[in-house]
Design a protein around this ligand. Structure first.
Ligand code: IFM
Length: 460
């Protein structure tokens, strides 16, 4: 058992290590044990929405193979297993009826993690909104925030005696802006400033859930953000610097402002006037969010270099910053298979800045790389992980309070709109099996953890 909740968050004397996954990307079994439909089931069925036309209906079949997967996490020597809970398995219609068989599954998963000496770290929302809630306008409807807090409490009532570290949302920027502004993620809506409304309701859902989870005794509650460094190519170009500031506001400050200061800053309001609407942002909303996190999770993959419009080819995320002045995103070499520039200095910068800005413990809740999976000898992934772990250590030496480094991801899995075409796993999954085969990066990480005697989890 976890001795106390507080002891679940490492004290920072050495870096804790973990491996992460997310429900829709690995579980499969979408029609089993009373699970309701999610927005990703619906979106993936839309022709052209997912690159290879596939979905998460089988994925890695982890719903049935979780013991095997946890054996792999234990074998690599990581102390934490970060997983997400599928809301439609627990509350299939989003509100109301609770599906006990869904809770039973996560109960088994948590016990199996603890039995292997792993600390289970639960994320409550990794993008699989019950479709029934989207039918009522999803994250554009304030009621969804209330429904999220109710669902969070149902999960906590069942798992709270064994799970110490909780996260509300994973990358709410994607859920809001890729989902409701750019339309490239579920629910696939391209509605400009709607992303700002969704962002506010996601924050509100976090705040409502945090208040109730804290009252129920949770001490290590966080939110996981894909914050990003933005680097203007020409820092002397005032127009570019101003446009980049608007983008930074929508990606980073929209979350950090409410969490730290209890407000949306003026620069953000200038590009997102929706957030000044008092029907949307009601009295007390931002006060509820302020101070609601005990730690902040940073998911980092790449920095973003901005340039004058037209300087580079259109970026897939170009529509995800509604209201900001247009810029180009310049992507330098080297790049991973998904086209993201590799630069570990962005992680170091982000960790130092986030630690200083929030004053909270920071966890690297995701970091990893997509490389083609033709070979199990993934030396490029090893180099990526090695350099980013070193950057994390440099940030710690530079004073950032970083407590954990969690690799994305255990298994090659359903990579959202990319389908199965981009693989981030340290374990290869043969879709025919789905048989698991550790890659060279898995063995490298095991060796790294073994040699630095880190990554130790709780004693069951
Ligand atoms: O696979 C995703 C994950 O679900 C959220 N963070 C980024 C990863 C890679 O795109």
């Amino acid at each position: 058992m976890v001795d106390t909740v507080r002891s679940s968050l490492p004290d920072g004397s050495s870096l804790a290590y973990g491996v992460a996954t997310a429900a829709y990307q690995i579980e499969g079994a979408v029609a089993e044990d009373g699970r309701g439909a999610s927005i990703w089931d619906t979106f993936a069925a839309r022709p052209g929405a997912v690159k290879d036309g596939l979905d998460g209906s089988v994925a890695c079949d982890s719903y049935h193979r979780y013991e095997e997967d946890l054996d792999l996490v234990a074998a690599v020597g990581a102390g934490w297993y970060r997983f997400s809970i599928a809301w439609p398995r627990i509350v299939p219609e989003g509100v109301g009826r609770v599906e006990t068989r869904g809770l039973d599954y996560y109960d088994r998963l948590v016990d199996a993690a603890l039995a292997r000496g792993l600390s289970p770290t639960a994320t409550l929302y990794h993008w699989d909104l019950p479709q029934a809630l989207e039918d009522r306008d999803g994250w554009l409807n304030r009621d969804t925030a209330e429904a999220f807090a109710d669902y969070a409490m149902v999960v906590h009532d069942r798992l709270g005696d064994r799970v110490g570290v909780w996260a509300t949302h994973n990358e709410p920027w994607c859920a809001a802006y890729l989902g409701y502004s750019a339309g490239v993620h579920a629910p696939g809506r391209r509605e400009g400033g709607a992303g700002h409304r969704a962002a506010h309701h996601l924050l509100l859902g976090h705040g409502l859930a945090a208040e109730r989870l804290h009252a129920a005794g949770v001490e290590d509650l966080g939110i996981v953000l894909n914050l990003a460094p933005f680097w203007p190519e020409d820092p002397d170009d005032p127009e570019l610097v101003a446009a980049t500031d608007g983008i930074d506001a929508i990606r980073n400050r929209v979350w950090l402002g409410p969490l730290v200061d209890g407000r949306y800053d003026d620069g953000l309001l200038a590009v997102a006037p929706e957030l000044a609407d008092t029907d949307l942002v009601r009295d007390g909303d931002l006060a509820l969010v302020q101070g609601s996190a005990d730690w902040v999770g940073v998911n980092y993959y790449t920095p973003f270099r901005t340039a004058a419009p037209g300087a580079a080819a259109r970026h897939p995320e170009a529509d995800a910053y509604p209201g900001s002045a247009p810029v180009s995103f310049v992507v330098r070499e080297p790049r991973t298979d998904i086209g993201w520039e590799v630069d570990a200095s962005g992680l170091e910068e982000l960790l130092v800045d986030t630690s200083a800005r929030t004053g909270l413990p920071v966890l690297v809740t995701e970091n990893g790389a997509a490389y083609p999976d033709e070979t199990l000898d993934d030396q490029d992934r090893i180099a990526y992980l090695r350099d980013h772990i070193a950057a994390t250590e440099r940030a710690r030496q530079g004073g950032a309070d970083v407590r954990a480094y969690i690799v994305w991801t255990l298994l090659d899995n359903f990579e959202w709109a990319e389908g199965y075409t981009k693989t981030f796993g340290i374990v290869h999954v043969d879709p025919q099996g789905p048989t698991r085969t550790p890659k060279a990066s898995f063995h490298w990480l095991a060796e790294h953890l073994n040699s630095s005697s880190v990554g130790v989890g709780v004693t069951p």
